[in-house]
Ligand binder design. Structure first.
Ligand SMILES: [Zn+2]
Length: 336
C-alpha cells in the first residue's frame, strides 16, 4: 500500500480512504478523528468524533454537549479498528488531552502528530516517539531562528519584574486552552503562591484542568465586581490575548503587558502588539526539537503541515529523508 492511498489531503482535511475518516477536518464530515481541542483542529458539527476523553470534554465545554452526532473516547495506546485500518492515539505533549494519531494498514504506519512539543509540561502527558514510515509534522516554528529558551527562565523574568514593580499589574496574555494553565503551573513551580487572577474566558478550561488533577493553586476571577484597582497592584493577571485591547485591560493599575508565545522570539511582533515583557513560552516544537523528532521516529518520509514547511522539507532532503509540504488549509493555531 502506498502512503498516499492510506492518507491524503482533501479540502476538508487529511483523509483516509480505506478507513473513511478525516483527521482534524476543518469542515463538517461524517467521521472525524481529532488530535486536540484547539479550535482550528477541533470543530463542531461532525457526525462521529473519535478523540481522547479530555479532548471530547474540552470540545463539550467549548461548543456545548451536542457538538457532534456521536462521540467515542480513545484511550492512549489502545488500537481501534476502523474498516480494516488500525488507529492508535499517543500523547503529543501539546495541551491536556493532545494526541498523535498512528494510522496503520498492511504494515505501513503513518503518524499524524497534530501539534506537539518535546519540552516537559506538567499540565499534560509527555510526547511519545512513535516509530513510523511516514511522519506528518507541524511546522509552526520550522526555521532555525526559532529556538525556545527553557520556560522556567521566562517565568523567572516575569517574577523578577513583579518584584521590581510592586505597584503595577502584570497582565499576561495566554491562549485559553493550554498556554494559560501552563503559565499558572510554571508560576507555581517557581514558588509563586499568591492567588493568580484569571479572566472569565479562561475559568472553564482552567477548572477542567484542575478536575483532571492539574494543581494550579489558588485562582481568583479578575473582575471589577470583585476587586478595586488597588487590589490588583502587584498582581499577576492572566487573560486571553484578545482581551488586552478592550476595556477589561484598562481597569488595572499601570499594567505591564506580557505575552506568552513562541512568536515572542520575534521582537517586531512583540512591539507591534504593544508587549512590554515578551515571554517566549511555546506549546510547539522549536527548530531543534522538530529536527530531532523527525530523526527519532525513523520515518523515511515526512509530510509538513501548517507553517514554514519549506525549510523543514529542505532539511529533510539534506538528511536523505523524502519530504513534501501537505498544503492543508485552515490551520491557524490558537495556542502558539
Ligand atoms: Zn494546537
Amino acid at each position: 500500500m502506498r502512503a498516499r492511498d492510506l492518507l491524503c489531503p482533501r479540502p476538508e482535511g487529511l483523509y483516509c480512504p480505506p478507513g473513511d475518516f478525516f483527521i482534524d477536518p476543518v469542515r463538517p464530515v461524517a467521521r472525524a478523528l481529532i488530535t486536540h481541542g484547539h479550535s482550528d483542529h477541533a470543530r463542531a458539527g461532525h457526525g462521529a468524533v473519535l478523540a481522547t476523553r479530555e479532548t471530547l470534554d474540552i470540545m463539550g465545554l467549548r461548543y456545548g454537549e451536542d457538538f457532534a452526532g456521536s462521540t467515542q473516547a480513545a484511550a492512549l495506546g489502545e488500537t481501534i479498528m476502523l474498516d480494516g485500518v488500525a488507529v492508535t492515539f499517543h500523547p503529543a505533549g501539546h495541551v491536556l488531552g493532545s494526541a498523535q494519531i498512528a494510522v496503520e494498514r498492511d504494515g505501513l504506519r503513518i503518524v499524524a502528530s497534530g501539534d506537539y512539543k518535546r519540552t516537559p509540561d506538567a499540565t499534560c502527558a509527555p510526547f511519545e516517539v512513535v516509530p513510523c514510515d511516514v511522519f506528518i509534522t507541524e511546522a509552526t516554528f520550522a526555521l532555525p531562528v526559532f529556538r525556545h529558551p527553557p520556560p522556567q527562565e521566562e517565568i523567572a523574568r516575569l517574577l523578577k519584574s513583579v518584584a521590581q514593580f510592586p505597584e503595577r499589574t502584570h497582565l499576561v496574555g495566554a491562549y485559553a486552552l493550554g498556554k494559560a494553565q501552563r503559565v499558572m503551573k510554571l508560576l507555581r513551580g517557581a514558588g509563586y503562591d499568591k492567588p493568580i487572577h484569571v479572566h472569565g474566558a479562561l475559568s472553564k478550561i482552567s477548572d477542567y484542568y484542575r478536575q483532571r488533577g492539574v494543581d494550579l493553586g489558588e485562582l481568583e476571577p479578575a473582575t471589577v465586581e470583585t476587586g478595586t484597582k488597588r487590589e490588583f497592584a502587584g498582581a499577576v493577571v492572566i487573560g486571553p490575548p484578545a482581551a488586552f485591547s478592550d476595556r477589561w485591560a484598562r481597569r488595572f493599575p499601570d499594567p505591564i503587558a506580557c505575552f506568552a508565545s513562541g512568536w515572542m522570539r520575534i521582537r517586531q511582533r512583540a512591539k507591534q502588539r504593544g508587549v512590554e515583557l515578551p515571554l517566549i513560552i511555546s506549546d510547539h516544537c522549536d527548530w531543534d526539537e522538530l529536527c530531532a523528532t523527525i530523526t527519532e521516529t525513523g520515518a523515511s518520509e515526512v509530510w509538513g503541515t501548517h507553517g514554514r514547511e519549506e525549510a523543514l522539507v529542505r532539511w529533510c532532503e539534506l538528511q536523505g529523508i523524502a519530504a513534501r509540504p501537505l498544503h492543508l488549509v485552515g490551520y491557524e493555531d490558537e495556542g502558539d
